[in-house]
Write a protein that binds this ligand. Structure first.
Ligand code: LIP
Length: 267
C-alpha cells in the first residue's frame, strides 16, 4: 500500500461515515445555521456537524496533518499533508431536499492552495445515490470497484457540459455571458447540478463531456480535480486576476479540453 492509497482508504472510510450522518440529518429536517458570503450562500447545522465529525476522525487517525474546511477554516499541520474538506457540497440542494449532494475529502501535499498543492488522494461520496468516487495519485479513479474513464470523443451533436453560478449576484452577468459564449461553440446541452464535486466526478465517469465554472472554492474542487486527471482527463484553472472570468476551472477529456478551454477563455 502506498501513502496515496492509504490516504484514499481513510478518505473513503470517513466520507462514508460523514455521508451517513448528512443523510440522517437531512431526513430529520434541515436547519439553516447562517448565511456567509451572500444571502444565497447558506450553511446548515448539518454542514457544521458533518465537518466536525470529519475533522475529529482525521485528528484521531493522523494528528500531524493540516486541515482546510469550508466551515471551520484552516489549521496547519507538521506532516506536509493537508486535508481539504467540503462536508456537504451542494448545500443548497441539500437544504431544499434535492438528493444531489456529496461529501468531498482530499489529501494534498504542498501549500494548501490550488495553485501550489499536489492532490494525493480524494473521495467524493454521494450518500443518496450510494456512489463513492475515489482516486489515489497514480492509481486511477474508481466508482466502487469500477475504473473510471473520461469520455473518449464528442459526438456530432456537440458536448454535454456542466457549469454553475457563484452565490454573489454580481457575478451572474459574467457567468451568463460565459455560457452564452461557450454553448454555441461547444455544447449540445448544459447541466447545472448544484454540486461541483459531483460535476467533477461525472466528468471522470464520462457522464459529462466537460465542466467549467468560475469562482469555486478550494474545497469544491480538490478531490474532484484528482478524479478527473486519474480518469485520463485534463484539468485547468486560471490564476485569479480579479476579472469576471476568474478563477475559472475547466475539466474535460483530451478530445474536448482544448476547444472548451479556448471557448471558456482559460488562459
Ligand atoms: C457549491 C458548488 C456549486 C457552485 C456553488 C457552490 P457548496 O458548493 O458545489 O457547483 O455552483 O456556487 O460553490 O456551497 O454547496 O459547498
Amino acid at each position: 500500500m502506498t501513502l496515496a492509497t492509504e490516504l484514499e482508504a481513510l478518505a473513503v472510510d470517513i466520507a462514508q461515515e460523514a455521508g451517513r450522518l448528512a443523510r440522517v440529518r437531512r431526513d430529520a429536517g434541515v436547519a439553516i445555521a447562517a448565511t456567509k458570503s451572500a444571502l444565497a450562500d447558506i450553511v446548515t447545522e448539518a454542514d457544521r456537524e458533518v465537518e466536525a465529525l470529519i475533522r475529529a476522525r482525521l485528528a484521531a487517525e493522523r494528528p500531524g496533518d493540516g486541515f482546510l474546511g469550508e466551515e471551520s477554516g484552516a489549521e496547519r499541520g507538521a506532516s506536509g499533508i493537508t486535508w481539504v474538506v467540503d462536508p456537504i457540497d451542494g448545500t443548497v440542494n441539500y437544504a431544499y431536499g434535492i438528493p444531489h449532494y456529496a461529501v468531498s475529502i482530499a489529501a494534498v501535499t504542498g501549500e494548501p492552495t490550488p495553485e501550489q498543492w499536489e492532490v494525493q488522494a480524494g473521495a467524493v461520496y454521494a450518500p443518496v445515490a450510494g456512489e463513492m468516487f475515489r482516486a489515489a495519485r497514480g492509481e486511477g479513479a474508481w466508482l466502487g470497484e469500477a475504473r473510471l474513464a473520461v469520455s473518449a470523443e464528442v459526438g456530432p451533436a456537440g458536448a454535454l457540459l456542466a457549469t454553475g453560478f457563484g452565490y454573489d449576484p454580481a457575478t451572474r452577468p459574467g457567468d451568463l455571458e460565459l455560457i452564452a459564449h461557450v454553448m454555441p461553440l461547444v455544447a449540445r446541452d448544459l447541466r447545472r447540478s448544484g454540486s461541483a464535486a459531483l460535476d467533477h466526478a461525472y466528468v471522470a465517469a464520462g457522464r459529462l463531456d466537460g465542466y467549467f465554472e468560475r469562482g469555486l472554492a478550494p474545497w469544491d474542487l480538490a478531490a474532484g480535480s484528482l478524479l478527473v486527471t486519474e480518469a485520463g482527463g485534463r484539468y485547468g484553472r486560471n490564476q485569479p486576476d480579479g476579472s469576471w472570468r476568474s478563477p475559472l476551472i475547466v475539466a474535460a477529456g483530451p478530445a474536448l479540453f482544448d476547444r472548451l478551454a479556448e471557448a471558456a477563455g482559460l488562459v
